[in-house]
Design a protein around this ligand. Structure first.
Ligand SMILES: *[C@@H]1O[C@H](CO)[C@@H](O)[C@H](O)[C@H]1NC(C)=O
Ligand SMILES: *[C@@H]1O[C@H](CO)[C@@H](O)[C@H](O)[C@H]1NC(C)=O
Ligand SMILES: *[C@@H]1O[C@H](CO)[C@@H](O)[C@H](O)[C@H]1NC(C)=O
Ligand SMILES: *[C@@H]1O[C@H](CO)[C@@H](O)[C@H](O)[C@H]1NC(C)=O
Ligand SMILES: *[C@@H]1O[C@H](CO)[C@@H](O)[C@H](O)[C@H]1NC(C)=O
Length: 421
């Protein structure tokens, strides 16, 4: 009893300091367990990128870093620097030292091994600077408005961060947009982050990764998973990573993306999309009371959703009341939060080959891999008029309104030829 009463306030205070320190140390251990396994690559690729990219105005009015942020940030920088000093003599990564496939095979697969000269690099850099500046100016312009534009990064719910894939080994964040070469960029992220093993060895060639693994969400470390690992510190860590890492996304003409989504999900037999989307569309817009339960039966009976049904579904106010747009047709601004996240690189599908080559150089990973060529029958923008021929003008204009922010933010001109008689 006496002993307990003698335990003064000062002692309690000392005890809490000790407990607090232990907690911080534990936090650091947990943190480095995941992030700290990154080696000097993070630092070198990162500082390299800073030299190449012109400085972007950072963090105006977006809230300053809290104490925890600053603490972790200092830790991150100093530790990485010392690691870099210590490790520069080390041999390169296992992945890069694995023998490359024979040149014959590369040619067959359509790899482009030609090096890009300095002139192209400068042009590319100018294009990127313009795209970033367009985005920055529009985000700062209060007369340009779209839903969710004004909210802060803290206000974005976790589940809306599920498209941001992180590679801690090289310091990269990729926001994937379905129907914009995302399968191949996800493959690249798997190779870079070594997040998937093939018989115990990380995949070194993006093309070797089976499609079913590429689209399995458990393969990728996305921002929405941070909460499970870091709890209430997850936002701080995300903010640090967003500040330090190179962030990129790929975009595409919004209407062409919609046509592409329609072609791949409703023209081909897709059981899941038939069940979730085609059945309701057929019932609502084709006035059918009963429809076959499987897609093959429906196709045999000649029942297919038309592009017009699809557009009607997008414009139907009831659609979003059931669930947010599926990611294949959700607006890019809702998937990638371009006013909350300052992207360093904005690629376009229309110039995929050049943009991909430039990006891999910027990321300093062009010696590790090449961007896989794609053989698929890509939806061309010249087909738009045929696709929209049967869509009433009023619907087209409504549809433009629905996707206007994507058109404007990413510099796609308004398709006047589709919107006026
Ligand atoms: C802001 O946007 C409006 C309309 O979108 C445009 O007319 C105006 O020039 C923009 N202002 C600035 C400062 O860019
Ligand atoms: C966003 O904020 C600006 C002023 O900062 C305001 O003029 C605008 O109406 C707001 N937009 C939305 C969609 O809330
Ligand atoms: C995704 O991968 C996890 C772990 O590798 C596996 O357990 C799961 O069954 C996979 N899901 C699908 C849909 O293939
Ligand atoms: C839809 O079908 C029902 C009978 O199945 C019919 O009574 C109704 O008039 C139809 N509506 C339209 C708009 O075709
Ligand atoms: C690509 O698809 C379009 C429409 O689906 C078709 O008209 C065209 O012939 C196809 N091209 C090739 C090379 O398969």
């Amino acid at each position: 009893m006496k002993l307990l009463t003698r335990m003064t306030k000062a002692r309690l205070f000392r005890l809490s300091v000790v407990v607090g320190s232990v907690f911080m140390i534990l936090l650091i251990i947990v943190y480095w367990d995941n992030v700290g396994t990154a080696h000097f690559y993070l630092h070198s690729s990162f500082s390299g990128h800073r030299e190449v990219l012109p400085t972007v105005v950072k963090g105006d009015g977006r809230g300053s870093l809290s104490d925890v942020d600053e603490f972790l940030e200092k830790l991150l920088t100093t530790d990485l620097r010392s690691r870099a000093d210590r490790k520069t003599e080390q041999p390169p990564l296992q992945a890069s030292s694995r023998p490359v496939v024979g040149t014959l095979e590369e040619n067959v697969r359509g790899y482009d091994w030609s090096s890009h000269d300095a002139g192209t690099m400068l042009d590319q850099e100018k294009i990127q600077a313009e795209r970033r500046e367009t985005l920055r100016a529009l985000c700062a312009n209060s007369s340009f408005a779209f839903p969710t534009k004004n909210r802060s990064f803290e206000d974005i719910p976790n589940y809306e961060l599920n498209h941001l894939i992180v590679d801690d080994r090289h310091g990269i964040v990729y926001c994937y947009v379905p129907k914009v070469a995302c399968t191949n960029w996800k493959r690249v992220m798997i190779v870079l982050s070594e997040s998937l093993l093939d018989q115990g060895v990380p995949y070194a060639d993006p093309l070797n990764i089976p499609r079913k693994h590429v689209h399995n969400t458990s393969t990728h470390f996305t921002f929405n998973k941070f909460w499970h690992r870091y709890g209430k510190f997850s936002r701080h860590l995300m903010k640090i990573k967003l500040k330090k890492y190179t962030k990129f996304l790929f975009v595409r003409d919004p209407f062409v993306r919609l046509i592409s989504a329609f072609r791949s999900k409703f023209e081909l037999e897709n059981e899941e999309f038939y069940r979730l989307f085609a059945i309701p569309m057929l019932k609502l817009y084709s006035n059918l009371s009963s429809v076959p339960t499987s897609v093959s039966e429906a196709f045999k009976a000649g029942l297919r959703v038309s592009f017009s049904d699809f557009i009607q579904y997008l414009l139907d106010p009831r659609t979003e009341k059931v669930a947010p747009f599926n990611e294949h047709w959700r607006q890019v601004y809702r998937l990638c939060h371009p006013c909350q996240i300052e992207y360093d690189f904005i690629g376009k599908l229309e110039t995929l080959d050049e943009d991909a080559a430039h990006l891999l150089q910027l990321l300093k990973v062009d010696h590790l891999l090449r961007f896989p060529p794609s053989y698929r029958n890509r939806t061309a923008s010249s087909w738009q008029e045929d696709w929209f021929a049967k869509i009433p003008m009023a619907w087209r204009q409504e549809l433009y309104k629905l996707y206007e922010a994507d058109f404007v933010l990413f510099g796609y001109p308004k398709p006047e030829h589709l919107l006026k008689n």
